[in-house]
Design a binder for this molecule. Structure first.
Ligand code: HEC
Length: 474
């Protein structure tokens, strides 16, 4: 037996520490990290699900299982507008705005919790579109003030317990989700911070981080539309979400999922949510399209863009191509961070946790060229939202270095395919007041650069206008 034991130690590379058992066990060599190559991403099998059940789960179920007590919420919330109410909702949900689910805690308290639509539903032309990324959320302020304020309205002991659980978590992640620009979404950093506070094996919450949390400042990320998922073989801009997409999506419920049993319960119907996402189609362009110009644009697109972006219509084809960040030239920080030293601990956490059973975090040093269905609705462009319009995306010298982020999706420019913005001649350091400061998109900041994707630069104005018209038809 001793011989077996020594052989085991020796094969673990523990020759020198064979007599210092604990030291040796603690330094067990970590599994090498697997990164994905650039190039085509292959399809992987997905668990089947029922899209209709998925929609019902999305707008009713407790996948994010904590939040403020309903009684506290109802004293500060305004009555939702009719356009904020959704069909297919049950019980309390019927009267809540689309981005909140009414749930009941284990100790019987009625709570409201933010759902996926908080980030993944947006307005276009006055209509709420499920699956459109909300590019107008404001994460610039510290999130703890609202959660603390709600605490004043808590009455019973059971309510206080639930409110505290939620407020403590918001406080723990607040430093990692405060952005300096309107519209920027901190979901990636929030998830990394929450991983740091959950035990990898048991998923138990820990008040103190169990591994080093991410850098406090989130890198700018824009919210991708859900309808791309029917074509994409991997999730996220850098395609790091491999394997079972439903399991990957459930990572978004990690705010209050504190045990593997709880995570497994959510995972029972996660494939339905995935199936619902996969059933979503891009909306139709709501304004007129010049068909002749669009047909002309289809030819220019085919010659200049299809190799990466795919083709649409009758013989639709999407190549799922991951392009190295050096090649596409767009801001490299997001991709670099995931494949760099800082990303390692999160890859290990994910792959060795419950989530890693059937899914993998496998980032690549690049970005996936997305499908362009409904692209006209998804301004601002590039993964960091640094380019306000398609016109500027296709003409890199015309991209504004500093621009004022629009406050609401109300002023759409049909010529350029983006929200009307104001170009500025100064960046954040020149801001005149706090409101302007948070609205200035400053492409000179780390992570915010608008470089790269110069594939439209060689086109003339007529060809560019034709492509723009064509993109309206996708
Ligand atoms: C706080 C905002 C936020 C919430 C809440 C949120 N997401 Fe996301 N989601 C994002 C952002 C930002 C990304 C892009 C991250 C990236 O690619 O690096 C994303 C990416 C995704 C993607 C990948 C899309 C693609 O094209 O690769 C899917 C699928 C997704 N989310 C599903 C969900 C589901 C399901 C929920 C609820 C359980 C959810 N999200 C909750 C912000 C959010």
């Amino acid at each position: 037996m001793l011989k077996n034991y020594l052989t085991k130690l020796l094969t673990k590379g523990c020759l020198l520490t064979a007599f210092f058992l604990t030291a040796c066990e603690q330094t067990e060599p970590p599994q090498p990290i697997r990164y994905a190559p650039t190039g085509p991403v292959s399809a992987e099998q997905q668990r089947p699900g029922d899209p209709e059940a998925g929609y019902r789960a999305l707008v009713n179920n407790a996948y994010i299982s904590c939040g403020p007590p309903y009684t506290a919420y109802s004293q500060t919330a305004s009555v939702p507008r009719p356009d904020q109410l959704l069909t297919g909702r049950t019980g309390r949900n019927k009267e809540l705005p689309y981005f909140l689910n009414g749930i009941t805690s284990a100790n019987g308290v009625e709570l409201v919790s933010s759902n996926c639509l908080y980030c993944h539903a947006g307005y276009f032309d006055g209509k709420l579109i499920i699956g459109l990324g909300n590019e107008f959320l404001d994460f610039t302020g510290n999130r703890t003030s609202r959660s603390e304020r709600l605490g004043q309205y808590v009455k019973t002991e059971a309510e206080a317990q639930q409110w505290r659980k939620w407020a403590d978590r918001i406080a723990a992640i607040a430093p990692y989700i405060t952005t300096d620009t309107l519209g920027i979404n901190p979901a990636v950093n929030a998830t990394l911070a929450l991983m740091a506070h959950h035990d990898r094996e048991t998923l138990a919450w820990s008040e103190k981080p169990l591994m080093q949390p991410p850098k406090e400042k989130p890198l700018p990320v824009s919210v991708p539309p859900w309808w791309r998922m029917k074509k994409k073989h991997a999730m996220f801009y850098n395609a790091e979400g491999r394997g079972d997409h439903a399991r990957l999506m459930m990572l978004a419920s990690i705010l209050c999922t504190d045990s593997v049993a709880e995570a497994r319960a959510v995972d029972q119907w996660a494939p339905d949510i995935r199936a619902y996402l996969e059933s979503l189609e891009a909306p139709d362009y709501p304004y007129p399209i010049n068909d002749q110009l669009a047909t002309q644009g289809a030819r220019v697109f085919q010659q200049n863009c299809s190799a990466c972006q795919g083709s649409y219509g009758k013989d639709a084809y999407y190549p799922n191509l991951l392009i190295a960040y050096e090649e596409v030239g767009t801001d490299p920080e997001l991709a670099k961070k995931a494949v760099g030293k800082e990303g390692e601990r999160y890859i290990r956490w994910f792959n060795q946790s419950f989530f890693g059973e059937i899914a993998r975090a496998e980032p690549a040093p690049g970005y996936i060229a997305p499908p362009l269905d409904g692209v006209w609705a998804t301004a601002p462009y590039l993964h960091n939202g640094s380019v306000p319009t398609i016109e500027a995306l296709l003409n890199s010298p015309a991209r504004p270095r500093y621009w004022l982020y629009p406050e609401a999706p109300t002023d759409y420019d049909q010529q350029t395919l983006g929200w009307h913005i104001t170009e500025m001649d100064y960046g954040k350091t020149g801001a005149k007041n706090p409101k302007e400061l948070k609205r200035i998109y400053d492409t000179t900041l780390e992570g915010y650069s608008n470089t790269g994707h110069i594939y439209g630069d060689h086109l003339n104005a007529a060809d560019r206008a034709a492509i723009i018209e064509y993109l309206k038809s996708l």
